[in-house]
Design a protein around this ligand. Structure first.
Ligand SMILES: *Cc1c(COP(=O)(O)O)cnc(C)c1O
Length: 391
């Protein structure tokens, strides 16, 4: 086995579901010499980026950019719109729903956490039921993940919005799109989402370090009344400064340059084509998994994620052992199983700057690894994906 400190020839395949591979054009934009973030040149760039990034969320409302991770943007969504001890409704879809609920509790919110099996998304029927029963409107917000990265399950946000409308309930809708934005169709305005939380390092073709809140008028109104403690995450000084292309503190200047280029790339391909590419490559990945005779963690085909596929190993086989063999032998990183599915699943990230040959390389690496790790599987997954892609 290759030692971790020895030279590994060829390209490292980074197939975790984020951070993802970064296009060379974006790497170049990152390396532009840093400029004064209070000067006129930066202000022009920032205004342009703040304007253009809205298209990625499918919104005409303001989008706020923080220097920070996705977890920070979760916190921003909460502390700007809610009040201490507010009740919120959440669904246990997997590890990230767990972490957001934990954060909400730490911020004093009362979380009605609907238990889940880590194989399905948030259920619109339960949303409608819970909201219809809540005659006094105690539930102030629904916090849901569009794409649960730990399980590869997508929740149907359009249907959740319909359920909220049917129940005629005024709760806010806060949605995490950290691993779906720029890879799975998402519509902030059409679905009347109040805060969309995004991050730079998954579908947006960027390194970690930027995170986002896209906000609705209703969320802005709520922010005027919110009494949660906030400072760094406060929307108000952000929105005021952003009007002139400035920020209340130092923005991640080079990530802003890089985002400008990433938006160019997404728009050159066309967002709808980006979604189609992800759908096709994801289906090819799932075709391989099924041909191997392995099970996809996501139960319902209409909830399959087009950015990540979690694959269950047969009982008695350790997914972390498989991953470490694949990393050491074939120089490819796959996503690990988190929390309740630790050691039971591995995850293939198929999002961002990604194409057919990268997918085939990835699936080839998995198939080699399955054999080496002596996991029982049927040969031919790679071939099945190739057949699917050449149809
Ligand atoms: C990665 C991820 C997060 C956490 O983002 P960080 O940038 O690590 O804070 C939250 N939610 C989802 C769905 C994610 O995929």
């Amino acid at each position: 086995m290759a030692k971790s400190n020895s030279f590994k020839p060829g390209r490292h395949l980074l197939q975790v579901p984020g951070p993802t591979n970064i296009p060379d054009r974006v790497l170049k934009a990152l390396s532009i010499p840093t400029i004064d973030h209070r000067g006129p040149e930066f202000s022009e760039i920032a205004k342009r980026v703040l304007d253009r990034v809205r298209a990625v969320f499918k919104t005409v409302q303001p989008v706020i950019m923080y220097p920070g991770s996705g977890t920070g943007a979760w916190e921003a969504a909460i502390v700007n719109t809610l009040n201490p001890k507010d009740k919120v409704l959440m669904f246990e879809t997997g590890q990230f729903s767990f972490q957001w609920a934990e954060q909400a509790r730490k911020l004093s919110l009362e979380v009605d956490f609907v238990p889940g099996d880590w194989r399905t998304g948030a259920d619109p029927k339960i949303v409608e039921q819970k909201l219809s029963q809540d005659k006094e409107h105690k539930i102030k917000a629904i916090l849901v993940l569009h794409n649960e990265t730990s399980t590869g399950v997508v929740s149907n946000i359009g249907k959740i919005r319909q359920a909220m409308d049917s129940a005629k309930h005024p709760a806010l809708l806060l949605v995490d799109t950290i691993s779906s934005l720029g890879s799975i169709d998402y519509r902030h305005d059409e679905w009347k989402v109040d805060v969309t939380v995004g991050g730079s390092q998954k579908g947006l073709l960027l390194p970690p370090g930027l995170s986002f809140n896209a906000i609705s008028q209703k969320a802005l109104d709520a922010s005027m009344r919110s009494t949660m403690t906030k400072s760094y995450w406060d929307w108000k000084p952000m929105l005021e400064n952003n009007k002139n292309g400035f920020f209340p503190y130092t923005p991640a200047t080079n990530l802003v340059f890089a985002l400008d280029e990433a938006i160019n790339i997404l728009m050159e391909e066309g967002l709808e084509n980006v979604f189609k590419r992800h759908a096709r490559l994801a289906e090819a990945a799932r075709t391989a998994v099924k041909a191997w005779g392995l099970e996809i963690l996501a139960k319902n085909p209409d909830e399959y994620s087009n950015s990540v596929t979690a694959v269950l190993l047969p009982a008695g086989h350790d997914a972390d052992n498989l991953r470490s063999i694949i990393l050491n032998e074939y120089n490819m990183a796959l996503g690990m199983g988190l929390n309740k599915v630790k050691g039971k699943v591995f995850r293939i990230g198929h999002l961002g700057d990604f194409n057919e040959t990268m997918l085939l390389g990835t699936l080839g690496g998995v198939e080699l690894g399955l054999k080496k790790a002596k996991v029982p599987y049927k040969a031919g997954g790679l071939m099945a994906a190739l057949d699917y892609l050449s149809k």
